[in-house]
Design a protein around this ligand. Structure first.
Ligand code: GDP
Ligand code: GDP
Length: 440
């Protein structure tokens, strides 16, 4: 699971500036789900191999009525969802009563937190920090979010406990949730029909739900068999949640959804066909693609739609889902069970493509064919050479292409190469990544 980091503090202390800096390292991948989250923004960041989720909040003013109250609620939900809280204060404005209020809340919450003094650029950090020791919630850490100063070392500290030692990889095989089954996450916005679909997919079978020490932040993992094949459904909708867990966090949780996407082999993204493809759907799909997950798209509630409505949705899909073209699309009715069984064919196809293994021999021969048909261009009078290719990973498949001056390879050529590989290797249902390396 990815560590979840919430940024809290008064408005204007520099939370969004820090958020942008933390998430920019990964192509500004921001899940800003308007309407669902109001003032909370979710993004993914990465420090070396360690990815994390960052939540940005509007802020807490200390004057909690009206808008301020709603904003503060958002911050508190973010704290609840987080593993780590970065409490941001303004090193120029000095200590403020609202800071004391937030400090008190954090102390009571028992959440792991860091006191971060921002805007220490151009001022003496020691002077800026002096005020904040009085909060009594730990040593202040100086940064300047807008310049990036201190941010890297802050994040190294924050993430150090999450660094995964090598041996941990073995633990995966003893984890009951990793029993060789295909892990399918059912994700989508609220009310698109996830619960209905989960129930449909499980049928009447009695399923054993792991007795997980789950919080509302965790998905439920449901192992089951169908036609003698093993699956684990990752249920973000909480259908089979044990009754006695109180829903402290709202039923739909972005953190839960992002974690489920990460932990799945194949994501079944449910979209409400009656509403069409919304911005929120696109944001979620963006996360799936960025995480490199195999993907099947289920356009649900296809029942009772007029042919005119259906045409409109099809047209919209063509326009808006181009970036997820690799995924198979199904028009289903979870309510009536129509076409639900067909999802499995696409899930298997996507899984097989995502997990496929190709020998260096095969990939290199393919590379040679592709290059023979259409040579890379020359730069500075030297032809770019692509020598061999090997597989660098699965789920998503990674193909590493070695050669000379690969940095200069134009995007149009990369696209040509990628398209040929996808076609010849018959990759369907998963994104695929290419890495280009110069030298041996
Ligand atoms: P938020 O309301 O907490 O999200 O704060 P913002 O990120 O919107 O920042 C508020 C203001 O502080 C903006 O004008 C930023 O440019 C400025 N700011 C943020 N970080 C720094 C910093 O490290 N140094 C300085 N001097 N200004 C900053
Ligand atoms: P979730 O919030 O994504 O888990 O959505 P639910 O499964 O709770 O469904 C939300 C509403 O949509 C419920 O009233 C369902 O009965 C309805 N619904 C779900 N699937 C379908 C469908 O295929 N067709 C129609 N007409 N309604 C559906």
């Amino acid at each position: 699971m990815l560590p979840v980091i919430a940024l809290v503090g008064r408005p204007n202390v520099g939370k969004s500036t820090l958020f942008n800096r933390l998430t920019r390292s990964r192509d500004a991948l921001v899940a800003d789900l308007p309407g669902l989250t109001r003032d909370r923004k979710y993004g993914e960041g990465r420090l070396e191999e360690q990815s994390y989720i960052v939540i940005d909040t509007g802020g807490i003013t200390g004057d909690e009525t009206g808008i301020d109250h709603a904003m503060a609620q958002q911050s508190l939900i973010a704290v609840e969802e987080a593993d780590i809280v970065l409490f941001i204060v303004d090193g120029r404005a000095g200590l403020n009563p609202a800071d004391e209020m937030i400090a008190n809340h954090l102390r009571r919450s028992g959440k792991h937190h860091y006191l971060v003094v921002n805007k220490t650029d151009g001022i003496d950090p020691d002077v800026a920090m002096a005020d904040f020791y009085r909060l009594g919630i730990g040593n202040p850490i100086p940064i300047a979010a807008s310049h990036g100063r201190g941010v890297l070392s802050l994040m190294e500290d924050v993430l150090a406990p999450y660094a995964r030692p090598e041996e941990d990889a073995d633990a995966e095989t003893t984890d009951p949730r990793r029993d060789g089954s295909i892990r399918i996450a059912i994700v989508g916005r609220p009310n698109v029909g996830k619960s209905t679909l989960v129930n449909r997919m499980l049928g009447e079978d009695r399923v054993v739900v792991f007795d997980q020490a789950g919080t509302t932040r965790d998905s439920i993992y449901i192992p089951y068999e169908r036609d003698e094949k093993k699956y684990t459904l990752i249920d973000t909708a909480g259908v089979r949640r044990r009754k006695h867990i109180t829903e402290a966090v709202e039923k739909f949780s972005i953190v839960k959804t992002l974690q489920a996407i990460r932990d799945a082999n194949v994501v079944v993204m449910v979209i409400d066909a009656r509403e069409g493809v919304t911005e929120q759907d696109l944001h979620l799909l963006g996360f799936v693609v960025d995480a490199g997950r195999a993907l099947v798209i289920a356009l649900n509630k296809w029942d009772g739609m007029t042919s005119e409505q259906k045409d409109k949705v099809r047209e919209q899909i063509r326009r808006r889902l181009e970036f997820a073209e690799f995924a198979r699309m199904h028009f289903i009715s979870a309510l009536h069970g129509t076409a639900v069984g067909d999802l499995y064919g696409s899930v298997h196809e996507a899984y097989d493509a995502a997990m496929a293994k190709w020998s260096t021999n095969k990939l290199t021969r393919l590379l040679e064919d592709v290059v023979a048909d259409h040579q890379p261009p020359s730069v500075n009078n030297h032809r770019i050479k692509l020598r061999y290719a090997h597989q660098g990973g699965s789920n998503p498949p990674i193909i590493v292409v070695h050669g000379n001056q690969t940095d200069a390879l134009p995007n149009s050529y990369k696209r040509y190469l990628e398209n040929r590989f996808i076609k010849v290797l018959k990759i369907r249902g998963t994104p695929i990544r290419f890495e280009f390396k110069t030298g041996d």
